[in-house]
Ligand binder design. Structure first.
Ligand code: ADP
Ligand code: ASP
Ligand code: MG
Length: 411
């Protein structure tokens, strides 16, 4: 008998009819003998709706109260699913994050799970019940409700699977697996049978929102076998595991993109020690994360400094930079919040030269200007104008032949 954690996302529980379908699936799995923990999201659109309510009252709502509000969405779906299971004669019980005791730190709106009280869940499982747990939420030491950041139900599921040493954590969503890129942008995208934790982590960090980044971090740290599959169609989905010998070694496993980027440049800053710190120090103090950084080579005694941030932080950073520019005697501050980042990801890149140049050629052939470039062992990222996002991703998908079965070292 296996212990399985299943997570159903917002679209999968978006209506009563869909909740009924999930209940049928869960009841069948339970009848087949598996122990089941089911983690649910709020109904699709509900978290956004609650967020809008809060922001109508205060554009920057009190973070503690925001979590009290946002966590209600998941409480609705867990109760409804448990009722539907009971109605089917399948013993079930719902729990909020605080009731399970999913302990988190106190960083409201983006809390991290620090501990899970697995004992209570084990007792319930041994009584033959299906446990239905609210995703996306926990409780801090002081008993405050916290939430885990958008997409956080994935992390609840993986953390529970790790704490209970589940045999598999299954993420049911509206696509039937992880694809070479977002199938909504490239209809020819291909489903991957497997992908490594490392690649999935890069894909998620670079914008593929199919799994929350932290859920992949957890899965990798605790070696939780993680599978993404469709709640609407049958199929094996995509298994996310550690790199193994004999695993299909694609050169490029996927293309990720991020629409939430903005870039800022400070022109004509003195080329001296400490300047990067004087520019980025105040940005860090404002708790704003910086992504790519480029500093030009000085032609005279001054240089230009460019970096990217989340688009939501653009106005705030622009304001900070105007202050910095005055202090440094810089010539000008410019910015662009209509840019996107496109990234190629693949562990196979480690042993292959020429990936970046193929990427740049494919973009050049479409007349797409590259604004910034950054590379690591298993990824190459470029920043381009927002209007080129779809064209760029599609061109790269063709250039790297991702629609065809990936070349494998096993034949
Ligand atoms: P859920 O509500 O079930 O958590 P999400 O909307 O968070 O679902 O994640 C699923 C979506 O992720 C898909 O509908 C798809 O548009 C998007 N997505 C982005 N990149 C990828 C990718 N590489 N493979 C599959 N889906 C992707
Ligand atoms: N309901 C939350 C959100 O929309 C958490 C989740 O669905 O994973 O972000
Ligand atoms: Mg999600």
């Amino acid at each position: 008998m296996a212990l399985i954690v299943q997570k159903y996302g917002g679209t999968s529980v978006g209506s009563l009819e869909r909740i009924s379908r999930v209940a049928d699936k869960v009841a069948a799995a339970s009848a087949a003998g598996d122990d089941l923990i089911v983690v649910l999201s709020a109904m699709t659109g509900e978290t956004d709706r609650l967020l809008t309510l809060a922001k109508t009252i205060d554009p920057q709502p009190n973070p503690r109260e925001l979590d009290v509000l946002l966590s209600t969405g998941e409480q609705v779906t867990i109760a409804l699913l448990s009722m539907a299971l009971e109605k089917r004669g399948c013993p079930a019980r719902s729990y909020t994050g605080g009731q399970v005791r999913i302990l988190t730190d106190s960083a409201f709106n983006k809390a991290r799970i620090t501990d899970i009280d697995a004992e209570r869940l084990r007792n319930d499982l041994s009584c033959g019940r299906v446990l239905v747990v609210a995703g996306f939420q926990g409780v801090d030491e002081a008993g405050n409700i916290t939430t885990l950041g958008r997409g956080g139900s994935d992390t609840t599921a993986v953390a529970l699977a790790a704490a209970l040493k589940a045999d598999e954590c299954q993420i049911y969503t509206d696509v039937d697996g992880v694809y070479t890129t977002d199938p909504r942008v490239v209809p020819q995208a291909r489903r991957l049978d497997r992908i490594t934790y490392e690649e999935m982590l890069e894909m998620a960090s670079l914008g593929a929102k199919v799994l929350q980044i932290r859920s992949v971090e957890f899965a990798s740290k605790y070696n939780v076998p993680l599978r993404v599959l469709s709640s609407f169609t049958e199929g094996a989905g995509t298994l996310i595991t550690s790199e193994e010998d004999g695993m299909e070694q694609a050169l490029i496993s996927g293309i990720a993109f991020n629409r939430d980027e903005a870039k800022l440049t400070i022109l004509g800053v003195p080329d001296q020690p400490g300047v990067a710190y004087r520019i980025l120090g105040p940005v860090a103090e404002a708790n704003i994360e910086v992504d790519m950084i480029v500093q030009n080579i000085a032609e005279d005694t001054t240089t230009d400094f460019t970096f990217t941030v989340h688009r939501n932080d653009y106005d705030k950073v622009l304001q900070i930079l105007h202050g910095v520019a005055r202090d440094l005697g810089a010539r000008e501050v410019t910015g662009d919040n209509k840019i996107v980042k496109i990234s190629l990801v693949g562990v196979g890149m480690r042993s292959h030269a020429g990936i970046a140049s193929t990427m740049f050629r494919a973009l050049a052939e479409e007349g797409i200007n590259i604004r910034m470039i950054s590379t690591s062992e298993i990824k190459v990222s470029v920043v381009v104008d927002e209007k080129y996002l779809e064209l760029g991703v599609r061109a790269l998908h063709v250039a790297f032949q991702l629609e065809a079965a990936a070349p494998s070292k096993n034949g």
